[in-house]
Structure formats: structure tokens, C-alpha cells
Design a protein around this ligand. Structure first.
Ligand SMILES: [Zn+2]
Length: 133
């Protein structure tokens, strides 16, 4: 499964397992749309292939909070919010026992979608989740 942007929101009131088990957390807020930098923290992961070590984009910086009781996650890229003075995951994989899951909090509009870094993230994610676990 590849979960993108608003998909990582706490948006399933009758289905808490969606966030807890399939995302490993979620977001309830974000910075105002603006420019920020994403830093790759795990360049060796196949999802990050061809993605530069850091890149800037205009997007909403999601305040994605991992759920301590949720499925563990591995952060692949992160961004720092000046407003919150805190660093949040931008891309992570969920260490689900049965499924490959990538969560990309980026992608509000074409200013993100048109970037080569973003296109690589999508292509790599779709390829990776479709490989046997
Ligand atoms: Zn948005």
C-alpha cells in the first residue's frame, strides 16, 4: 500500500486501526503551505533510489506523529518545522508483519507532484510495495 498526503491524516473516526496498524501514526495538523527542505535519512532504502539527499519543495509540512502503540515505522526522510521547532517524518515505511506499506506525507499539489524527487518517490514506492515480502 502507498499512502499519500491526506491519506496519512487521522480521517477514519470509525476505524482507528487504519492509523494505528497501517500508518503507524498520523497527522492532525500541518504548517501553512510553504517552502521547506526534506532530508533523506535512509538513502540505502529502495524507496529512496534516485532521490537527492535533500530537496526543497512548496508543500504542507505534516505533523505526523508516530503512535507508540501502533505498528513500528522506519523513517526514510524528514522535514523540520520552524513553527513547531520539531522534525517530522516526510516518508516512512510501516513495519507491518504482512504488508509492504510506504507513507509519503508530501504531495499537496502540482508544486510537489512535478518534482523529479517526488516522481521518484512514487515510482520507487509502487515498485517496492509490489515486491514479495
Ligand atoms: Zn494538502
Amino acid at each position: 500500500m502507498v499512502i499519500i498526503h491526506a491519506g496519512a491524516w487521522y480521517n477514519q473516526p470509525g476505524w482507528p486501526e487504519f492509523n494505528r496498524e497501517l500508518i503507524g501514526g498520523g497527522s492532525r495538523s500541518h504548517d501553512r503551505l510553504g517552502e521547506f527542505e526534506v532530508k533523506v535519512t535512509n538513502p540505502a532504502h529502495p524507496v529512496m533510489k534516485g532521490v537527492p539527499a535533500s530537496f526543497s519543495l512548496v508543500d504542507e509540512l505534516y505533523y505526523l506523529e508516530p503512535d507508540a502503540k501502533g505498528t513500528p515505522i522506519e523513517v526514510l526522510a524528514e522535514a523540520h518545522s520552524s513553527a513547531k521547532n520539531k522534525t517530522y517524518p516526510s516518508v516512512h515505511v510501516v513495519k507491518h508483519p504482512k504488508a509492504r506499506i510506504v507513507v509519503i506525507t508530501l504531495g499537496h499539489d502540482a508544486r510537489a507532484h512535478d518534482l523529479d524527487a517526488y516522481k521518484n518517490l512514487l515510482k520507487n514506492s509502487i515498485a517496492w510495495v509490489n515486491t514479495a515480502k
